[in-house]
Design a protein around this ligand. Structure first.
Ligand SMILES: [Mn+2]
Length: 279
């Protein structure tokens, strides 16, 4: 008697071959804040594995030099992020690094380094001809005055909320819940923060209009968005501390905001698309 009947249900063999990276024209990441506990390096590494770019813009605050002066925190994954970006450059991706305020000292070294360029700002032309001015955004800090918000953002309380995120998410992961950012939640609820974000977005869009750009793309305020302000499209690629988001340009020239939640090994296909905007 043959007892070796094939099982009715076979477990699908999990292929060890990683899915090939999805090629996009350009991508923008900012506010990674390497060197701090808040930096979500793992989902960023996943994003860098899932996608290949013709051009990768690193839109400031890659490394948090301010925070590193207070105390050093540098796990292997933070090295992996740097290595992954350098590897992309070596393999042909043009990397444009626009320093922000937390890594401002890098702006003393503007220039070309092989496939890597360091510059204060850049103009990106999409496949559909849209001229996008790329800046970090701290340039507008002097214009957008909101003392209460600045007090809040620079406040020990906010830093404390940020520091709680890893703990909260450790617990949430244990209970099978998704990533959730207490600091991002608090920021959304603080009326001053909301009005600050609105003012900042309008000021950046106005700035771009003066520069005769069709659109502006920045980071800095850790609030991802695609929004129209008059004739100017405002893009913000968010951050890798709270929202874990990036902007990508598809073959047709449309910019899409994509979101990676920490802890869940997402692939390009099931990452959440927050907003989609045309060229
Ligand atoms: Mn910044």
């Amino acid at each position: 008697m043959n007892v070796l009947t094939p099982p009715r249900f076979s477990l699908e063999t999990i292929s060890s071959e990683p899915e090939p990276a999805k090629r996009v024209r350009a991508a923008w990441i900012s506010d990674i804040h390497l060197g701090t506990r808040g930096a979500n390096a793992q989902p960023l590494l996943q994003f860098l594995r899932d996608y290949d770019f013709d051009v990768l813009y690193v839109v400031g605050d890659l490394i948090d030099v301010w925070s590193m002066r207070r105390g050093r925190y540098w796990p292997q994954q933070h090295n992996d992020v740097i290595q992954k970006i350098l590897r992309k450059a070596r393999k042909g991706t043009r990397v444009v690094y626009i320093p922000g305020n937390h890594d401002e000292l890098v702006s003393d070294f503007c220039g070309g380094y092989g496939n890597i360029e360091i510059k204060q700002s850049a103009i990106h032309i999409t496949a559909s001809g849209q001229r996008i001015l790329v800046i970090h955004g701290h340039e507008l800090d002097a214009v957008v005055q909101n003392v209460k918000w600045l007090a809040f953002a620079g406040d020990v309380g906010y830093q404390f909320l940020l520091s709680l995120n890893p703990l909260i998410n450790f617990v949430r992961r244990r209970f099978g819940l998704g990533y959730w950012s207490l600091s991002a939640y608090a920021k959304k609820r603080v009326k001053d923060a909301v009005s600050f974000i609105g003012k900042f977005e309008a000021a950046v869009a106005h700035y771009a209009e003066r520069e005769r750009a069709d659109a502006v793309l920045c980071g800095h305020i850790h609030s991802a968005a695609i929004r129209q302000f008059g004739n100017v499209v405002y893009y913000n690629c968010g951050d890798w501390v709270e929202s874990c988001s990036a902007l990508i340009e598809t073959e047709t020239g449309a910019l899409e905001l994509i979101n990676y939640h920490p802890f869940t090994p997402l692939t390009a296909s099931d990452s959440t698309r927050l907003v989609t905007a045309g060229p």
